[in-house]
Design a protein. Structure first.
Length: 302
């Protein structure tokens, strides 16, 4: 449904310009919720702007529905997007803003009331947008993105400004777009716990390059590098393992820096050392742990 092929963007003169995006390649399947993550300045926003035709790439290609966007810009009619919170007429109501969008983009008027209900703005539809909170503007932006019943939905920080209940509502809406309506969702967010709950796959971008792409479950398994061990005596367990793996005490347990795949060898060494092994399990990383590990700055680069 959506693919980037060696996509790059350089600002400024050739040779001395700033490389904001460097050879990004990825593919998003139909009905998938795909997370696009990275620290500030990593190239997320630049990539999204190239995705929706706001800026032209310096090299590479954006494909929508298997076709080149540069050759067929009309493909964007099948895409809905929320970028930078959306832009609305502050002196018009939320409903009237959507009506104007429906008139200028063609069709969609019959969808306005259901969408306002869906994003939780039905009671505030007649209020002027200038009186909206940041969260309400985000909700209106999502409604605007869905107005044309797009096949691909691109959402940049859709939960920005929302309270806990609003974030939960948005999470359910995003999942339902894919699961119930078969839409493809490309999602950028700094709330990694939400991404972990809502996305099927994620790509992490840092310094303009994709440093890891995987399913969420696969990414967490790959980066699980701590084994928690309950054994007796714990001193003997530590002595048996420390020549190969770093180990530290965690109350009555032992935390060993070892990959999940090392678990059989760890167990074997403990048994050979005469240690009673009661429990051995990987400490499951969360997406925030993985993100920080992959994007932390190398002191040599500072």
């Amino acid at each position: 449904m959506l693919a980037l092929d060696n996509l790059s963007k350089t600002y400024g003169r050739r040779g001395g310009g700033v490389k904001a995006v460097r050879g990004v390649s990825l593919a998003v399947g139909a009905g998938e919720v795909y997370g696009f993550l990275g620290p500030n300045g990593a190239g997320k926003s630049t990539t999204i702007r190239m995705l929706i035709g706001l800026i032209a790439p310096s090299a590479g290609r954006v494909s929508l529905f298997g076709r080149d966007l540069a050759a067929e810009p009309g493909l964007l009619r099948r895409v809905g997007s929320l970028v930078d919170g959306g832009a609305f007429y502050p002196f018009l109501s939320g409903r009237r803003n959507l009506e104007v969008l429906a008139l200028t983009h063609g069709g969609g008027a019959a969808r306005i009331d259901p969408l306002l209900e869906q994003v939780g703005l039905a009671k505030d539809a007649k209020r002027k947008v200038k009186a909206y909170s940041t969260g309400m503007r985000q909700r209106l932006g999502v409604a605007a993105a869905l107005l044309g019943d797009p096949e691909i939905v691109i959402l940049d920080e859709p939960v920005n400004g929302l309270d806990v209940a609003g974030i939960q509502d948005m999470r359910h809406l995003i999942r339902s777009l894919a699961a119930d309506r078969g839409k493809t969702v490309f999602l950028s967010s700094h709330l990694l716990s939400e991404v972990q709950q809502v996305c099927d796959r994620v790509a992490i971008i840092n310094k303009g390059e994709v440093v890891r792409e995987s399913t969420v479950a696969g990414l967490l398994d790959q980066e699980s590098t701590i084994l928690r061990i309950e054994a007796d005596p714990v001193e003997a367990a530590e002595a048996a393992l420390s020549p190969r793996w770093a180990a530290r005490r965690d109350g009555p347990a032992l935390l060993v820096t070892a990959a999940r795949g090392d678990a059989p060898e760890v167990a074997r060494r403990l048994i050979e050392a005469g240690v009673a092994l009661f429990a051995l399990a990987p400490v499951q990383a969360n997406l925030e742990d993985v993100f920080l590990a992959l994007t932390k700055e190398d002191p040599a680069d500072a």
